[in-house]
Design a protein around this ligand. Structure first.
Ligand code: FEO
Length: 167
């Protein structure tokens, strides 16, 4: 049985993950508008990963005999972006999510909910990867410094991303 506090916090996190999916879907559309199909592919796969994260929290609430409460999803603020600004926003958002996961973990520990604490370990590790993935592309974009050939090469590389079975 989940405590009321933990159940509310996890339902909020389901919302955060679906909002993350929504942001990445908007980014996929924006990248397509910029003529960058590889970037668009990367964001579309990230959108699917985020839905997978929401699903993990959703299933966990049900497994613990809790109640799922689906909250309204806010509109993502994406528009007039460059490839670099999209990834800078992605990294800022992932840092926000890392903070949410840390707060959840603190709550699980303060409530002595060991099952939730262990469940959250996967997300702690996942956030390290999420931030590193966004940072890598930012570093590459800064290296090429707006060079169109470089941008074309990064786009081709991002087109190769496939969905991870772990996500
Ligand atoms: Fe679900 Fe990208 O954090």
């Amino acid at each position: 049985m989940l405590s009321e506090k933990i159940q509310t916090a996890i339902n909020q996190q389901i919302n955060e993950e679906i909002f993350s999916a929504y942001i990445y879907l908007a980014m996929a559309a924006e990248a397509d508008r910029l003529g960058l199909p590889g970037f668009s592919n990367w964001f579309k796969l990230q959108y699917q990963e985020e839905l997978g994260h929401a699903d993990r929290f959703f299933n966990y609430v049900l497994e613990r005999n809790g109640e799922v409460d689906l909250l309204p999803i806010q509109k993502p603020e994406i528009g007039g972006e460059s490839a670099l600004s999209l990834f800078e926003k992605a990294l800022a958002h992932e840092r926000h999510i890392t903070g949410c996961i840390s707060n959840l973990k603190d709550l699980a520990m303060s409530e002595s909910d060991h099952a939730t604490d262990v469940f959250l370990e996967w997300f702690v590790n996942e956030q390290v990867e999420e931030e590193a993935n966004a940072q890598l592309v930012i570093d590459q974009l800064r290296l090429i410094d707006g060079n169109p050939n470089g941008l074309f090469m990064i786009d081709r590389e991002l087109a190769n991303r496939t969905i991870s079975s772990e996500a």
